[in-house]
Design a protein around this ligand. Sequence first.
Ligand SMILES: Nc1nc2c(c(=O)[nH]1)N[C@H]1C(S)=C(S)[C@@H](COP(=O)(O)OP(=O)(O)OC[C@H]3O[C@@H](n4cnc5c(=O)[nH]c(N)nc54)[C@H](O)[C@@H]3O)O[C@H]1N2
Ligand SMILES: Nc1nc2c(c(=O)[nH]1)N[C@H]1C(S)=C(S)[C@@H](COP(=O)(O)OP(=O)(O)OC[C@H]3O[C@@H](n4cnc5c(=O)[nH]c(N)nc54)[C@H](O)[C@@H]3O)O[C@H]1N2
Ligand code: SF4
Ligand SMILES: [Mo]
Length: 736
Amino acid sequence: MNQQNTKKKYTFCRICEALCGLEITTTGNKIISIHPDRVHLATKGFICPKGLKQHHIYESPDRLKYPMKREGTEWKKISWKQALEEIGSKTKSIRREFHPNAVAMYVGTAAGFSVLHPVFAQGFMTGIGSTNMFSSSTQDCSNKFAVANLMYGFPFTQPFPDLPNIKCLIIVGGNPLISKWSFLQVPNPMEKLRNIVSRGGKIYHVDPRKTETAKIAGEHLFIRPGTDLFFYLSFLHEVIRQNGVKHAYVEKFMIGFEAVSKMASAWPAEKTAAVTGIEAGTLKQMVSDYLAADGAALYCSTGVNMGRHGTLAFWIQECINAVTGNLDRVGGTLVSKGIIDFPKFGKKNGLLTRTLRSRVGNCPSVNDAFPGGILADEILTPGKEKIRALFISGGNPLITMPDSNHLRDAFGQLDLLVVLDILPTETASMAHYALPCTTPLERPDLPFIFPLMLGLQIQPYLQATRAIIVPTEAQRDEASIYTDLCKYSGVNMFGSWFAQHLLALFSKKRLFDGQSHPEIPQEGILNILLRICNQPGFSRLLRYPHGLLRPSHQTNFLTHRMVTPDKKVHLAPEILMEESKSLDQKFHEEIAHNGHFKLITKRAVKTHNSWTHNYAPFVKEPDHTNYLYMTSADAIELKLADGDFVDVTSETATVRLPMQICDDLGPKTVALPHGWGHQYSGLNVAKKTMGVNVNILAPSGTDRIDPLSGMALLTGIMVTITKAKGRQNTESWSGI
Ligand SMILES: Nc1nc2c(c(=O)[nH]1)N[C@H]1C(S)=C(S)[C@@H](COP(=O)(O)OP(=O)(O)OC[C@H]3O[C@@H](n4cnc5c(=O)[nH]c(N)nc54)[C@H](O)[C@@H]3O)O[C@H]1N2
Ligand SMILES: Nc1nc2c(c(=O)[nH]1)N[C@H]1C(S)=C(S)[C@@H](COP(=O)(O)OP(=O)(O)OC[C@H]3O[C@@H](n4cnc5c(=O)[nH]c(N)nc54)[C@H](O)[C@@H]3O)O[C@H]1N2
Ligand code: SF4
Ligand SMILES: [Mo]
């Protein structure tokens, strides 16, 4: 190794919300190794296997290196000029001939981990004049955004538990040991949870599975999947019964308490136990512990979000944290400020607060995105605004969205499908064009929007990174690609001639196949963003490679930062109250579901949604497939033994896969990890894995999504399970 050329560089991981500091050794333009940054001010040497090995995923020979065009089943390498001209002219004609909304976009999670990618993707759509935006958030968390908009006046106002000071934490449907937490940057989550216990605090986990996290810190309560709403209703009922409401504080900062209190009065713990499976006495004790603690919080995550009634459930959770005086207090939940007062800025500029209605089903948008669960129908339903062109940016919807078979059929009808990715995924395999993007380690960045604009961090800090290596072939950053796509589609970035021309003026030129294309000044734009927000500039931040601490959180949200017109927390927004009129009906539906199997989700450390399966050491047998997990009692009842093949059938499809006994699950609860089913991709390692795509079992359509937030139902799916007639059948085994 040429020692002179070997350098240590500091950056941060952009795969999940922990944003771990990384120390990367490079030789020339090659990454030799990745280690944790042990002196990082916030992440302090924490890391996981995905972070350590990510360069191997990026260096795969399968990596998208050039613009690719599909002709039948053959892929052809083409020049950027040809790709842009053909995509641009098709987009232009679809837009002109039909409607701007005939051009749509799906933005996935990977886009969210870059500051510029989602901004420029939106800029392209604004230029097109299309409001047909879809994103991974309706598979993930849009219930939280919808509720925050109604209660706090802005979707991104997301209170989070003050982990360093909390005395009682109740985690509902989250598994931070594996996921590293969501809607909050918590490096080393287990250390934070153990600290709560060691200083005498209490932790409860309410989950259909005794999770890896629950085994290490706190007490665990089984809940029947999809019944969280009734757990929360009884929790609120019990808070009121135990005189836990801080009336003076409620009077001062909130409106609508009477209405929610009246609603909760109908849901004593004795009643809801019939659907949640949580005994009344146990719930009452939990409420007593919560009320007795000097600082407590209920926190929920995707187990609630993706389940039935995730919007109502999160609403009641927020009401409980608020009326007990735990909102905006040390040791309770905090509402942080990022590098600007984003809610105030957003409100003033009308950002993200509007509600659009979809053409199909009149479904509401949340954060300007429509429900993923209606995307297929928007493509298949005739009309001028029928989606004919779809751009997919940093996502893999054929694996991650509900009802994948239906979506696959719909994608087959598109006149133009363009995928911007780093890998030839199964979604890319259906595309007309796949455009090669840079990886996180090939672009400069700041921490993404949650920490940057909202300060959703346990330890507030700021960090900037340059690209660690440069792309070796024709990969480009998404902001430059979208700027070019605007030009070739005959529109301007953000619909602004000035913006488009300014970008062209300040772009460097890069040559691809003898043609010059703009490379927008990413560091310069990030610098402008920082400076507008009165922060140290990009170059200055580079002098702090291990992060620069920002002021700590303040508890002045209720007194100084409310953006609702009356500056109060709205505990009983009209549309939530309206939906709550069907609580009885929802309860009886759940009663009818008793005794039936429900399917839940399950994440693993080495798999990140659908895209870390192409690295051989992560998918070595027995991790070469997903399994259906089931308790031994349920297995005995079905006459199944560990390793047997089972057929799992929902209202939409059947998958066949091996089962494993897992006595960490509640009764009649089975778990099946998502992100698998790669057999049709161009990923040469992943396509040899055996897993199935669980989302072919998840329903889609306007009557199958959460009506208030568009959330897809991805957990708590009703299924039947039978012993498979044969062993594996390549068709169903391979998922979609
Ligand atoms: N059944 C079930 N379904 C689920 C879930 C579940 O728990 N159970 N989880 C849901 C959740 S929480 C989410 S967020 C969604 C995720 O849904 P998606 O965002 O659609 O899926 P990912 O697998 O995260 O896809 C990320 C894609 O981005 C690519 N990529 C990585 N880095 C970059 C980059 O820098 N630039 C570009 N252009 N591409 C990049 C990857 O190769 C990959 O194809 O899935 C949801 N689906
Ligand atoms: N290793 C790894 N880390 C990840 C990801 C990954 O795929 N792999 N994905 C990232 C993404 S995109 C996100 S959004 C976050 C998500 O982070 P988390 O929300 O913490 O995700 P999970 O680990 O799936 O935890 C969800 C929990 O909900 C439980 N659950 C399922 N159904 C129900 C229900 O009906 N009610 C209740 N109360 N609980 C239920 C499950 O058993 C599980 O323990 O993780 C991120 N981090
Ligand atoms: S926990 Fe792993 S994937 Fe998440 S940021 Fe840290 S190293 Fe990256
Ligand atoms: Mo997610």
